[in-house]
Design a protein around this ligand. Structure first.
Ligand code: SF4
Length: 177
């Protein structure tokens, strides 16, 4: 039987959720026996595959690129997991919401810059007016809160999602399963 295809995605987050996945340590080998990691910041694939069974998405939706990416991920993924508080509720990235993108860009690229004060027009994507959690853009199947969720939480949740066993984490809410 072919393995499930697993993806992990990094939107507007600090990468701490991915670090927590890596903190599963030797249990990663057990997970690797059950899935093929087809897309992730920690593998070399550049394009999101057409068919993914489970996607763990870190970070909120803060830019036009994030929005485009999460819509594409949803269209090509069976089970989408909002991974960590930024994906679930906006969390740290949404702290910019009261100020608006113009003030944030000004602070980052003028007030805090001592040389080359300018708003970048390449590489940095256009910011959305406010940062929002991913379920405000697409349907989310599983919410995995925490900042970050612990390695134990990841192991329990990922193992359960892969094997189809009941997910037994009190703080975990599963929708549409
Ligand atoms: Fe970082 Fe916490 Fe957001 Fe995860 S939930 S990306 S650890 S700030």
């Amino acid at each position: 039987m072919s393995k499930l295809k697993l993806a992990t995605v990094w939107l507007d987050g600090c990468s701490g959720c991915h670090m927590s996945i890596l903190d599963m340590d030797e249990r990663l080998l057990e997970i690797a026996e059950l899935v093929d990691v087809v897309y992730s910041p920690i593998v070399d694939a550049k394009d999101y595959p057409d068919h993914v069974d489970i996607a763990l998405v870190e970070g909120a939706v803060a830019s036009v690129d994030d929005e485009k990416k999460i819509r594409k991920i949803r269209a090509h993924t069976k089970l989408l997991v909002a991974m960590g508080d930024c994906a679930v509720a906006g969390n740290v990235p949404s702290m910019r919401n009261p100020f608006g993108p113009a003030a944030i860009l000004d602070r980052a690229y003028f007030e805090n810059a001592t040389v080359q004060q300018q708003i970048p027009c390449v590489v940095v994507p256009k910011l959305l007016k406010i940062v929002r959690p991913i379920h405000e853009f697409v349907h989310v199947d599983v919410f995995l809160p925490g900042c970050p969720p612990s390695a134990d939480t990841f192991y329990t949740a990922i193992h359960a999602l892969i094997t189809g066993e009941p997910v037994n984490i009190p703080a975990l809410t599963r929708f549409g399963a």
